[in-house]
Design a protein around this ligand. Structure first.
Ligand code: URA
Length: 278
């Protein structure tokens, strides 16, 4: 894949702590970095919990084809037929266990993305992971196979994780901001991300990761509830409900812009400096 020279270990860059990019009261916060720390919703800082036996959710093996990287896009504005938030639905999802959550995701018809999907793609990985990675949404391969990041971008992601000694089966849980494929791989709209957020929120609550990594702008929007550019957000420690959040480039962007792979590696080293995946 031509990655080897770019994914060598080197020291992480200095934490760049910046002010909150959104008004007070907003969910996204930027706070000083704490090495290897986990911050609980009450604000208590502790070291990451010991790893439990990983439970890896995988669909039946099937041939993997490569997905061509989608073109660079800004988040699309919400369409006229917006999906409106349903507090009762969110409250119900907040009480689901893993099995109930995945059933609910697979049966979901809360937004227009259900109309064109082949199947919903809940997530994959270690349910006791210290790192949770959040992508944008399934592409064609993921829609067909039911697992996130199985195309070309996924191979790059696996290489990046491998350079840190991690695999998607161990220490990492991978989810997407939206669980159904946006038609033609378009960027998910704001109301689609909002409609899917209770699922992501419940996944975060169940995994209880020590660190969240937003892969690309829609993921950052989902986790931080703010539209930020990746260039501006990189190298900073944000928080979502007490959990540190690091923002980096989406692997599909890196396939189109290989000159930025080094920056993504810096971001992962920065993340490792905040919360060690071990
Ligand atoms: N891109 C994403 O954001 N998620 C996937 O699952 C696949 C490609």
């Amino acid at each position: 894949m031509g990655l080897a020279p770019l994914w060598r270990l080197r020291s992480s860059p200095k934490a760049d702590v910046v002010p909150e990019p959104r008004p007070a009261g907003h969910r996204a916060e930027v706070v000083p970095a704490t090495r290897h720390a986990r911050v609980d919703p009450a604000g208590q800082i502790s070291t990451p919990k010991p790893q439990e036996r990983p439970v890896v959710q995988r669909p039946a093996p099937a041939p993997v084809t490569e997905k061509s990287a989608p073109p660079a896009r800004a988040p699309a504005p919400a369409s006229p037929q917006q999906t409106t938030p349903d507090p009762l639905r969110s409250a119900r999802i907040a009480g689901l266990d893993w099995a109930g959550l995945e059933d609910e995701i697979r049966a979901c018809r809360a937004c227009r993305l259900c109309e064109k999907r082949r199947q919903a793609v809940p997530g994959v990985g270690d349910r006791s992971a210290s790192w949770m990675l959040v992508g944008e949404g399934p592409g064609a391969d993921e829609d067909r196979l039911g697992e996130p990041f199985v195309g070309q971008a996924g191979k790059l992601l696996d290489n990046m994780l491998g350079a840190l000694g991690m695999t998607r089966a161990h220490q990492v849980f991978i989810a997407n901001a939206v669980k159904c494929r946006p038609p033609h791989n378009r960027t998910p709209e704001a109301d689609e991300i909002a409609a899917c957020l209770p699922f992501l929120q419940r996944q975060i609550e169940l995994v209880q990761p020590g660190l969240l990594i937003a892969l690309g702008r829609p993921a950052a929007q989902a986790l931080l509830d703010t539209g930020i550019s990746i260039g501006a957000a990189r190298g900073k420690r944000f928080e979502r409900q007490g959990v540190p959040v690091v923002v980096t480039y989406h692997p599909a962007y890196l396939l189109r812009n290989p000159q930025d792979k080094g920056k993504a590696w810096e971001d992962l080293c920065f993340a490792r400096g905040l919360v060690s995946p071990e």
